[in-house]
Design a binder for this molecule. Structure first.
Ligand SMILES: Nc1nc2c(ncn2[C@@H]2O[C@H](COP(=O)(O)OP(=O)(O)OP(=O)(O)O)[C@@H](O)[C@H]2O)c(=O)[nH]1
Ligand SMILES: [Mg+2]
Length: 297
């Protein structure tokens, strides 16, 4: 009998949830950045055992936060729904920062939302810690209410992932696989392309801009000569943000476009022509119709 189930990842923004999902899945299914609140959608990364015994569907989620607008409200509601529907929960703690009030809040919320579900806690970024520091954070994490077991890991180096994955597999209920074994994520192709572009925007912008930006794909055309045309735009909230994104003489948008094109070519396995424009939509983060269209639900 095979095992298959949903593992919901919860944790503060920037703890390394998306990096961990990518590491477990073995593919770049979720975008990662130094900025908190990178993840906006619930993304399922699928990890299937090579010997065909288990399938872990890792649900990467936005970091838990206090909602401020329609965007963050949707993100937070989605987190709560996904937590309630998970078979196993994985609380990711930023080991570099230690256990804080945010982690206590989240562990309580996990217990309240889904009391019967096992909760594992991954103390991440131990590559940045001494052995003594790691031991101290592990002890703090073990004291979090509702946490059943703790695992020191580095999602970046892969240290400690094996025992964590083995334990997740053991806790997964018996059942048939939910995805074909070679599928890595459930993200629709256009959203994935938009996310790869947004990842490059996040790498090249600072302060409030990362939060003010979203990317939308207008169309993907496979040409007869094998080239794939990707037509897209970046939404900004103000003219001044647009000016920053474009940069002096178009330098920044050019840089973003070149880097993004490389990522798209890798994703699509084809040469890409990327048409990338910047458009302004005031308060898009409060615009329910646009959020629907962007698949942020
Ligand atoms: N040193 C170190 N850095 C890490 C590790 N895991 C993640 N990071 C870095 O931490 C930052 C945040 O990683 P993400 O995976 O985007 O974090 P997240 O929890 O998904 O963040 P949100 O989507 O904003 O909630 C990035 O700069 C990562 O490269 C790790 O094990 N070690
Ligand atoms: Mg993330």
């Amino acid at each position: 009998m095979t095992r298959a189930g949903f593992v919901g990842l919860a944790g503060r923004p920037n703890a390394g949830k998306s990096t961990l999902v990518n590491a477990i899945v073995g593919a770049h299914v979720a975008i990662v950045s130094e900025r908190p609140q990178t993840t906006r959608r619930a993304i399922r990364g699928v990890a299937t055992d090579e010997q065909g015994r288990w399938q872990l569907v890792m649900t990467d989620l936005p970091g838990v936060q206090r909602p401020r607008d329609a965007l963050t409200e949707r993100m937070q509601r989605r987190v709560e729904r996904e937590i309630a529907d998970s078979d196993t929960l994985l609380l990711v703690v930023n080991g570099e920062q230690g256990v804080g009030p945010g982690d206590r809040f989240i562990s309580k919320a996990l217990l309240a939302a889904n009391a019967d579900t096992p909760v594992l806690c991954a103390v991440n970024k131990v590559d940045r810690l001494t052995t003594g520091e790691t031991a101290a954070v592990l002890a703090e994490a073990a004291r979090l209410g509702g946490v059943d077991e703790v695992f020191p890991i580095s999602a970046r180096t892969g240290d400690g992932l094996e025992p964590l994955i083995a334990r997740l597999a053991e806790l997964t209920p018996e059942g048939p696989f939910m995805f074909p074994p070679d599928q890595r994520s459930d993200v629709p192709s256009e959203v994935q392309l938009a996310e790869l572009i947004r990842e490059q925007v996040l790498r090249r912008t600072r302060e409030e801009l990362p939060h003010a930006v979203e990317v939308e794909i207008d169309g993907v055309i496979e040409r007869d000569d094998g080239l794939v045309e990707v037509h897209s735009h970046i939404w900004a909230e103000t003219e001044s943000q647009k000016a920053i994104l474009i940069g002096a003489g178009g330098s920044r948008i050019k840089e973003i476009g070149t880097a993004a094109r490389g990522q798209l070519e890798r994703e699509l396995g084809a040469r890409v022509f990327l048409d990338l424009r910047v458009r302004v939509r005031p308060k898009w983060r409060r615009d329910d119709a646009l959020l629907d269209r962007l698949g942020i639900e």
